[in-house]
Structures are given as C-alpha cells and as structure tokens.
Design a protein around this ligand. Structure first.
Ligand SMILES: [Zn+2]
Length: 402
C-alpha cells in the first residue's frame, strides 16, 4: 500500500514540474486583478483603434452617462485645446501601448510588472512624492504596491495602470515624467495632467463598452492563493466487506479540516472525522459503531487548468498524505442484554479533494479518502469481529479560504 501512495505522490510532483512552466497560476494576491486590468486596457485600446475620426476626437470629453462618475473629474478641469490634444495622444498612442502589453516581459520592448510591499517615493522637482506605482521607461518595468493596488476599485486600477503605461511610450518624441509641461498642458506637472486625462479617457471607454462589468464576475470568483482553509463536509463510506455476522457495513458522518498553505503548491492540515454505522439483526438486536478520528496530512495542490481568469483556472485538486488515529466503539444490544467493545485505530491516510471556486472565498469541494484501519473487537462474536482493512470515504462539502 505505501508503495502505491509514494508512487502517487511522485506522479503528482512530476505533474507540478510541467505545470509550473505556465506563467501565472494567479498564485499571488493581486495577480488576477492585474491580469484583468491589463486585459481591460488591452480590449479597450483595441476598440479605440477602430473608432472613427469623429469618435476619436471626443475621447477626452466626459460622456453624459458618466458625468457624475469619479472618472470624469480629471476631464472636467481641462481646456478644449487640452481635450483635443489628449484625444489625439490617446488615439495615436493606443497601438504603442497595445504593443507594450502584447509583447509582455518575454519579448524585448514589452512591459513587465513587479509587485512590492514597500512604500515608494518618486523624486520630482518639487521634492519627493508618495507613489502607489512607478514606471521606468528605460527598463519598461512598472512596480506596483500590492496592498494599495488591491484596495483600488476595478476601474481605478485601469486608470492607474493606463497612466503608468503612458510613461513607457514616447509622446512628442520623448518619454514623459510627471513634472514637466507638454503641449497645451503648460503647468509644471502638465505631463501628469495629460497622462491622467488619457487614463480617464481609457477608463471611461472601458466603462461604457462593458469592459468593467464583463470582468466583474472573474474578480469576485474565489481566489486560490489564500493561506488558511476551513473545510466542512458530509460523507459516507463505501460498503465494507467484513466477514462477521455482526458486521456493520455502512458508515457515514462528517469531516472538518483546517489547512495551512505554505506556498502555492504545499500545505499542511489537521482534520477530524466522526462516522457512525448502525445495523439491525433479527427484529430486536441493534449494533452501532462510532468512529472518532483525527488526522494530520501534508498536502500538495495541482491545477488542471492554467488560466487564472476562469473558474476552472482557480479550481484545483488537493492531495493529502498523512496519518490518522482514533477510536472505534462498538455496541450491540437487544431487549435483554448489552455488549460493547473498543479499539484504537492508526493508519496512513490518503485523500484527494477537488475545490471548485465559487464566490467571495467560498468553495465547493468533494473527494475520496482512503484509510486502512485494521482493528478487532475481541469481545464481540466468536473469535472477535475484524474490520475490513480498506475504507473509502466519499464526501462533499464547503470550504472557505482567507
Ligand atoms: Zn505619472
């Protein structure tokens, strides 16, 4: 049996080596949010390139339907000349920004995003300024403060990233820093005003073309990168094959597990199971068995689908291998007599659970657990009552990851 278990674990490890060559299982906080934001910007800019000249001209004018929306704030304060310049630049640079996104970090000239947990400052003419994101035109890298990024609303992320992408393309033949005038944006921080206006224009288009609402479901889907997992389930055992006239063949009950993920792949868990079985013999005799079980396991996760922007890509298998111990109590009684016995249990435990992503950290799970608890109730029957050494427990439940 142990050989089979080790072979199974070895196979899962092999699978991991091949799976990890895929970019981004969404294994970190913010990965999904960032990928969604990039997809929203990319889709929106593609739309922008297809606009007619008349439509392009109006890109930086606040659309009626969004007049009360926060996104219009930076567009309301710009002059007509600035608005046309902003529209020109947004339409003209859409292709360059798309190329930055499409090339990605693998190809030269593609943008690369990096997370940081540190607070960042940019040095400008008027001194240092606190920043949630910093773009480097030379290296084509955008560094993002993860916590700040996650606090933003979906459309605010589009605004932030579009602004930063604006630093990575040449506008009037130069890369802009925030503290310089540009075109009709003649203030000291004219470039910041221009990039904010362009970012607002793109965000506005993302809102009005349904890009924001289209991705809302993906953003609310439960994410697999969480550290703590509570699972509660109900289950039943496969009918046992026991060679005793007093045998109880069907067990069912509940299970509870707490798992701590050490990283994207590995975790450790503690679990409890409580199973009961009952059997009636003749008309007056009833036998019951109660199994109280505790287990500790090492867990390995794998992802059959690699696109983190889908429910299937977040969903995954958790395979566990460990030890389970506990007690079994057998009681048999009829109208006249009562007999009982106890035995302690210890066995390896091998479990597989599939976690299906639902919403807001909630998961649906189901799977199979194998144990080989061998025990004998010596007082019961003639020569004792031996358990079937193979137990298969099938369960379904709900899980919460946070
Ligand atoms: Zn900037």
């Amino acid at each position: 049996m142990m050989k089979i278990i080790f072979a199974a674990v070895f196979l899962f490890c092999l699978q991991n080596i091949t799976a990890s060559t895929f970019v981004g299982n969404g294994g970190n906080a913010g990965d999904v949010e960032l990928q969604v934001t990039i997809a929203q910007i990319s889709n929106t800019l593609s739309r922008v390139t297809e606009l007619t000249d008349d439509e392009k001209e109006k890109l930086c004018q606040c659309e009626q339907i969004l007049s009360e929306h926060k996104v219009c704030e930076s567009l309301k304060n710009i002059s007509e000349r600035q608005s046309y310049f902003c529209a020109d630049m947004t339409a003209e640079k859409a292709k360059d920004i798309l190329k930055l996104i499409d090339n990605g970090p693998e190809l030269s000239g593609g943008v690369q995003f990096l997370w940081t947990s540190k607070s960042m400052e940019v040095t400008e003419k008027n001194g240092d300024r606190q920043a949630d994101a910093i773009a480097n035109a030379k290296t084509k890298k955008i560094v993002l403060n993860r916590d700040q990024f996650l606090k933003l609303k979906d459309y605010e992320r589009i605004y932030l990233i579009t602004h930063e992408l604006g630093h990575l393309v040449q506008i009037e033949k130069k890369y802009l820093s925030d503290d310089q005038p540009i075109g009709p944006f003649k203030q000291d921080d004219g470039a910041r005003q221009l990039l904010n206006s362009m970012a607002a224009a793109v965000t506005m288009k993302a809102l009005t073309t349904g890009q924001v609402s289209d991705f809302a479901k993906i953003l609310s889907t439960s994410k697999n990168y969480k550290t703590n997992w509570f699972t509660l389930g109900l289950g039943t055992e496969k009918k046992r094959d026991e060679d005793s006239r007093l045998a109880i063949q069907k067990y069912s009950g509940w299970d509870f597990t707490y798992r701590h993920q050490l990283n994207q792949d590995w975790g450790v868990s503690l679990g409890a199971r409580r199973l009961t079985g009952e059997e009636h013999f003749f008309t007056t005799t009833t036998a019951t068995t109660l199994l109280n079980l505790m287990n500790a396991q090492v867990n390995y996760r794998f992802f059959p689908s690699s696109n983190p922007l889908t429910v299937a890509g977040q969903s995954h298998f958790v395979v566990g291998l460990g030890l389970e111990s506990g007690r079994a109590e057998y009681k048999i009684k009829d109208d006249f007599t009562e007999d009982n016995d106890q035995a302690s249990l210890l066995s390896p435990i091998l479990s597989t659970q599939y976690y299906l992503a639902m919403n807001s950290g909630v998961w649906f799970n189901g799977g199979v657990t194998y144990t080989n608890h061998k025990y004998t109730f010596n007082n019961i029957g003639f020569g004792g009552y031996k358990s079937d050494p193979n137990q298969f427990y099938i369960n379904i439940g709900a899980s919460y990851g946070f």
